[in-house]
Design a protein around this ligand. Structure first.
Ligand code: SF4
Length: 465
């Protein structure tokens, strides 16, 4: 252990508000941002090995390339752990080209969606020294300390050779305490947070389900020890943080463990407010009531499409009946809901997408998030689109939000997909029922109401017909 060594956790600058986090990247449609979970977990891993950590989130701090390059040079880090995104791939590569000669002795280790598919190339071109395929793995710090054998979930350089470590198979992982205090001063904005400041939290990694479009289905699912989660919650309380976004991809995927996580959350005045993701078939009335009692206020669930054949093709393994039930019981438990949908799935035509719009408006979730189908690294959807000649194997620049890059499906061209995505948003958010309910729910929280109005106006300005 060497307490004088420094790792800089870096979300690099960008020309737009990019979200680069947890092997996803996209343009932030309404300007929302949150502490990147990759940086928090890697920070915990380095801290647990006695390293110092510092953080720069150039996106949320609004810092440009020149400022960051000058700042990094002054800090003289031994390791720079940097986020890279498919949405900003060219900018990120250019930034690394300029960074490298300024810190010739620092190790550059990257994490990001684009690196899961093209990591080896980034090492070959000298932009990075290593790429992590699991940001909760201790391999990054072992590599930084000079180890070269059996580094799981890491692609790394040993001399001129590039080594691909084995994939981990463990069922649990302990990382220590993520350094939330480093990110707390940054002005993150998250539409579902009821309070500021808020944190990002992760109690497991990956997802055991198999949805064909989702990168999480290709990550090795494992969980953190519950005692470590309890310590992290106490750490957040000590920092005065009472709000978090839980980035577990499917809360209560194991119901018993979900209940165990709930048991760690305090009651009374110290109660946290929180948002989580789950699946319609993972939630029941009893669980929803317990989540609400423990401070959960918002649940995000993937609907994707209302077409039964598409649900089967993308291997969602639940039905529209499950969705209706889940959204209803969340509402009854007092939880707000967010439905996420995908426009441009293979085989879907305009009428199919219109039918999904009808279904989602009828579901009447509190909020909606519309994505476009993206052939993300390592997914079955990517393999299918490459096989059908819709995209090249080399494709690296992608935006899951559909703001900056839309890709043809087998049935629809990019222009139609983009127009449908915009129409979907307008149909949902301009319903009188939505507008009245949002006003009503937020009357007692004027700051949140103002935030909603701001985000709503931004969303609508991006979705004009
Ligand atoms: S359930 Fe959600 S996180 Fe899990 S594989 Fe499916 S889409 Fe991905």
């Amino acid at each position: 252990m060497n307490s004088t060594r420094l790792t800089l956790l870096l979300n690099p600058p960008g020309q737009n508000i990019y979200i680069r986090d947890y092997y996803c990247s996209k343009l932030s449609r309404t300007g929302y941002t949150f502490p990147p979970i990759d940086l928090l977990h890697v920070g915990a891993v380095f801290n647990a090995h006695g390293w110092q950590t510092q953080a720069i989130d150039a996106i949320v701090q609004g810092l440009g390339v020149e400022e960051i390059l000058a700042d990094v040079k002054t800090r003289k880090p031994d390791v720079i752990f940097i986020l890279v995104g498919a949405v900003s791939v060219d900018e990120d590569a250019e930034f690394l080209k300029r960074l490298r000669p300024l810190v010739p002795d620092a190790l550059l280790i990257g994490s990001g969606d684009v690196l899961r598919e093209h990591g080896r190339k980034w090492l070959e071109s000298g932009l990075l020294d290593a790429v992590t395929l699991d940001f909760s793995s201790p391999s990054v710090v072992r590599f930084a300390e000079g180890e070269t054998d059996n580094l799981e979930d890491l692609i790394y350089k040993v001399g001129d050779e590039i080594v691909e470590g084995p994939t981990s198979t463990g069922k649990t992982f302990a990382i220590g305490l993520p350094p939330h205090e480093l990110f707390q001063p940054f002005p993150y904005r998250f539409p579902f947070a009821h309070r500021q400041p808020f944190a990002s939290l992760l109690t497991d990694y990956g997802c055991p389900y198999r949805c064909s479009f989702c990168v999480m289905a290709n990550l090795h699912y494992h969980t953190r020890p519950i005692e470590e989660v309890a310590k992290e919650l106490a750490h957040l309380q000590a920092l005065g943080i009472r709000e978090f976004a839980l980035w577990d991809q499917t809360f209560a995927v194991n119901r018993a463990r979900g209940l165990e996580v709930l048991d760690q959350l305090p009651d009374g005045p110290d109660k946290f407010g929180w948002t989580c993701f789950t699946r319609p078939d993972c939630i029941d009335q009893d669980l929803a009531l317990k989540m609400a009692a423990k401070g959960c206020h918002t649940v995000i669930m993937g609907v994707e499409t209302a077409k039964a054949e598409s649900l089967e093709a993308i291997q969602k393994d639940f039905s529209t009946h499950d969705m209706k039930l889940a959204f209803t019981l969340c509402r009854k438990a007092g939880l707000e809901t967010v439905a996420t949908v995908i426009v441009g799935l293979p085989g879907e035509n305009v009428a199919d997408i219109e039918a999904t719009m009808d279904f989602v408006c009828h579901l009447d979730s509190d909020y909606l998030s519309v994505h476009t189908a993206v052939p993300r690294a390592g997914t079955n959807l990517r393999r299918q689109m490459v096989a059908e000649g819709l995209v090249s194997e080399e494709l690296a620049n992608m935006d899951q939000s559909g703001e900056s890059a839309v890709i043809s499906s087998d049935t629809l061209d990019p222009h139609t997909i983009l127009a449908l995505r915009k129409r979907f948003n307008r149909r949902f958010y301009l319903r009188p029922k939505f507008l009245v309910r949002t006003m009503w729910h937020n009357l007692k929280n004027p700051a949140r109401l103002v935030e909603h109005v701001k985000q709503g106006l931004t969303l609508l300005s991006h979705n004009r017909g």
